[in-house]
Design a binder for this molecule. Structure first.
Ligand code: SAM
Ligand code: DTB
Ligand code: SF4
Length: 332
């Protein structure tokens, strides 16, 4: 019943891998779940679910026109713009994140490309600050030059986040101010500087099943594969072109995670944006299918996240099987 995905197939071209991804995606839901969970168990410890905290260090006014984003200057979203935070602001946020049990701290900036000069120096100081707390450090600052990537690496940065977002084919329907190859190039630059890669995408942009599979295939074809793969469920933002994008079935989100888990067995797959729209059961299904990280805290970058208390309850259910609120309480 398990697909025998050979090493050869794993190292294949994105288009060949996309066929494999589609074949997996279209399996019976339970067969796919079974296979993904089997892969998950053989590569990861079940209790290893990483908690990360996000902080928007520079908010809004971005020159890119990403159709989903609250921070693009091309859309009227009413978001309050905020210039680059101070290192002390970041220190306070990292202190709080550590207290909340985070293992990784990720800073996001609404830049098309990371700036040069004082602002970049400040970001390097922020990275050093995160590392002084013993947390993994990740940043997402837009496009990078090799020299910038090397400076970030020297400051102690572990990972660089830069998402492919969707398939190569669908990409121009979502973003017109940069190309898919620009994205892949920044990933190459970050890798060349010795940073680990965090790259994933968004489900719910109106994309087809084929687009989802092609995106996972593009990621899986990177050699080496990204160590971290965030799968975001679109947070629809009023004022963006995608504010009324069609809803996604939970099974489709879970199928995408399962395919990512099978094709990138060693990567950390992150159940990222959109948890606030998922029931506890849906999130548990995503974790069963191979996700092994979540963002914690009340905010993602600009949109709300699941409450810490709800996450604690979810982890308690996982650990003990003590389902709060019994079936009979639910009126059955
Ligand atoms: N400007 C940088 C960039 O685009 O690489 C970093 C910040 S950007 C907000 C980081 C990622 O967040 C995007 O690549 C996208 O995948 C995700 N994202 C942004 N807005 C989102 C939304 N409304 N719903 C889900 N994911 C979103
Ligand atoms: C990623 O893939 N998801 C995170 C992180 N990488 C930077 C960001 C999610 C942002 C969701 C929309 C918002 O809060 O603005
Ligand atoms: Fe800018 Fe990143 Fe938002 Fe695109 S996703 S508009 S690059 S902040």
């Amino acid at each position: 019943m398990l697909s025998n995905i050979s090493n050869l197939e794993r190292a294949a071209e994105p288009s060949a891998l996309a066929q494999t991804a589609l074949r997996l995606y279209q399996k019976h839901f339970f067969d796919l779940l079974y296979e993904a969970h089997t892969v998950h168990r053989s590569f990861h410890a079940l209790e290893d679910i990483q908690r990360c905290v996000l902080l928007s260090i520079k908010t809004g006014g971005c020159a890119e026109d990403c159709g989903y984003c609250s921070q693009s200057a091309h859309h009227k979203t009413g978001l309050e713009r905020r210039p680059l935070l101070s290192v002390e602001d970041v220190r306070a946020a990292v202190t709080q994140a550590k207290e909340a049990g985070a293992q990784r701290f990720c800073m996001g900036a609404a830049w098309r490309q990371a700036p040069e000069g004082e602002q970049f120096e400040r970001v390097l100081d922020m990275v050093r600050t995160i590392k002084s707390f013993g947390l993994e450090a990740c940043t997402t600052l837009g496009m990078l030059t090799l020299a910038q990537a090397q400076q970030l690496k020297r400051a102690g940065l572990d990972a660089y986040n830069h998402n492919l977002d969707t398939s190569r084919e669908y990409y121009p329907k979502i973003v017109t101010t940069r190309t898919y190859d620009d994205r892949l190039n920044t990933l190459r630059v970050a890798r060349e500087a010795g940073l680990t890669l965090c790259s994933g995408g968004i489900i719910g942009l109106g994309e087809s099943i084929e687009d989802r599979c092609a995106m996972v295939a593009e990621l899986a074809a990177l050699d080496p594969q990204p160590e971290s793969v965030p799968i975001n469920l679109l947070m629809p933002v009023p004022g963006t072109p995608l504010e009324k994008a069609p809803d996604v079935a939970v099974t489709d989100l879970v199928r995408t995670i399962a395919v990512a888990r099978i094709l990138m067995p060693r990567s950390r797959v992150r159940l990222s944006a959109g948890r606030v729209h998922l029931s506890q059961e849906a999130q548990l299904l995503a974790l069963f299918a191979g996700a092994n990280s979540i963002f914690i805290g009340e905010k993602l970058l600009t949109t709300p996240n699941a409450a810490l208390s709800a996450d604690e309850e979810m982890f308690a259910c996982l650990a003990s099987g003590d389902v709060r609120g019994s079936v009979s309480d639910a009126g059955n």
